[in-house]
Design a protein around this ligand. Sequence first.
Ligand code: GDP
Length: 424
Amino acid sequence: MLTSICGINWGDEGKGRMVDLLSADYDIVCRYQGGNNAGHTVINEKGKFILNLLPSGILRGNVVNVLGLGMVIDIKHLNEEIGRLREGGIAITPENLKISDRAAITMPYHILLDCLEEDRLAGKKFGSTRRGIAPAYADRYMKKSFRMGELLHSETLWEKIKDVAEWKNLTVAGGYHHEPVTAEEIMEYFKTYGEPLKEFICDTGAYLNEAHREGKKILFEAQLGALRDVDYGILPYTSSSSTIASFAPIGAGVPNLRLDKSIGIMKAYSTCVGEGPFTAEYFGEKADRLRKAGGEYGAATGRPRRVGPFDVVASRYGIRCQGADEIALTKLDILSVYDEIEICTAYELDGKILHEFPYPDVLPACKPVFEKVKGWGCDISQCRKVSDLPKEALDYIRLLEKLCGCKITYVSVGAERDEYIKME
Ligand code: GDP
């Protein structure tokens, strides 16, 4: 059984907490794309954990966690993340963590290049998280990456390091006029941060195929949402990897297997980190109110998120991209602050009403069409069954189902593990 959990919107939909909840039914949780550029926040009985690289299943003792080949892994960051979790009493061993030998390594010079380019762009910047993700993916396609497996095969490593350092300096020193990187510092980096990870590195494709044959249940966990996908997202304000559910088997290392189910995580309102068009955006006091109610500050960067009401146009597109069979709606409790709730039901472009998500270049010219529905205006965080919900909250859920054309199977009403409702 292969299930994917993916984001319908701009990311930060609360995928981490849904994976944490659903992973109880799965044997394996697997990341298949991205790096440490986004963060999941998971709160459970052991505490509050921010996970940038490790799958959320790491917080459950009996779940095996896989970092798939589609990822770019900052090994320094991974060591720190493992260290923080261990301090919090979470056991991390080769039994519950497996890292693909084919995953690429995010290097310090990738982070440097990301920062140099973002600084060069200045006012025209894309809003990179400056964690080296785009340069790391660029090198993958240039076939100049270091892969995790190379840490196990050090015979040829030194020669490759020298070649890569020479090539990188054409850009670092030659292009950006920055101090050159040295082969020695790269080697030192591998020694310091690669050594402790060696025990986790393996052929995760072989592992996952075997596990699948044995009937194990596998959950794929995406980072970011459909609108940040490198191809289907709002270019160029996207991530550098595929955030799409159908990429999961490829990025995990099992291109021979098919997904059985795609669960889309969709937020009850809209949030967006970084630059780029965000049609339903609220500004001023309206934005402050929603941002404050939802605690909308980036988990990885602490940046205040841009906020707005639920966007039907973008969400329907996200659901299509993700091939979502069902939806988990998150953070419905945040809307309790409203007596009347706005929904962006369409975009207006040059006097025409759009219901389909347009080509990204025309997005800046689109204006949101807001409609109002009745709010419930009371705390719903204690609701655990559909019958506990106020009528207006249930109406809101049913309306989103209708507008988006996808059934909602879970609704979360708080950040803690048990603060959710399974819809009937
Ligand atoms: P992710 O990257 O998609 O996992 O999302 P983030 O971790 O960036 O953002 C989700 C945030 O909302 C975290 O702080 C969660 O603890 C919190 N959260 C998730 N679901 C709910 C919910 O239903 N209600 C409330 N109030 N908070 C939630």
